[in-house]
Design a protein around this ligand. Structure first.
Ligand code: ZN
Length: 144
């Protein structure tokens, strides 16, 4: 991975200060069996899922043989949780195939409930009762 590759990648990303997500704005693909859109990034002669490329080359995660899961903070509607954004290339984490079989929405629901009972630190949007868009700082890796 060269600085040129990273610059090329970042050029296709948009940072959302409301969620802290970095959303892929380049080409998209729907993988086999997936209905959600995933970013597609051309690198070293083949097409990568953008979130997998980010997990390996930006976040330095070991994703060999692992699914890459999205772990975006709970949604901002206040009426429930929004599912993670599959186009986000910032909130990613490797997941074992076994763990991936459990619906990731379950994790989100658990996180949401833990926030309500004080076991998890709530995301910034909770601080103002969902009336204002919180400000997340731009991740360091986007500052080129
Ligand atoms: Zn995200």
């Amino acid at each position: 991975m060269t600085p040129t590759d990273l610059a090329r990648f970042i050029a296709k990303c948009r940072f959302d200060p409301g969620t802290g997500c970095v959303i892929w704005t380049g080409g998209q693909t729907s993988g086999r069996g997936h209905s959600s859109p995933y970013g597609a990034f051309w690198f070293a002669g083949r097409r990568w899922f953008a979130h997998r490329w980010a997990a390996q080359f930006i976040h330095g995660l070991d994703i060999d043989g692992a699914q890459v899961d999205h772990c975006c903070p709970p949604g901002r509607t206040g009426y429930g949780f929004a599912p993670p954004n599959t186009l986000c290339v910032h909130h990613v984490r490797p997941l074992s195939p076994a763990a991936n079989r459990q619906k990731q929405t379950l994790d989100q629901r658990r996180y949401w409930i833990y926030c309500q009972v004080g076991l998890e630190e709530p995301p910034p949007i909770w601080a103002n009762n969902f009336t204002e868009i919180p400000f997340y700082p731009e991740p360091e890796w986007m500052k080129q």
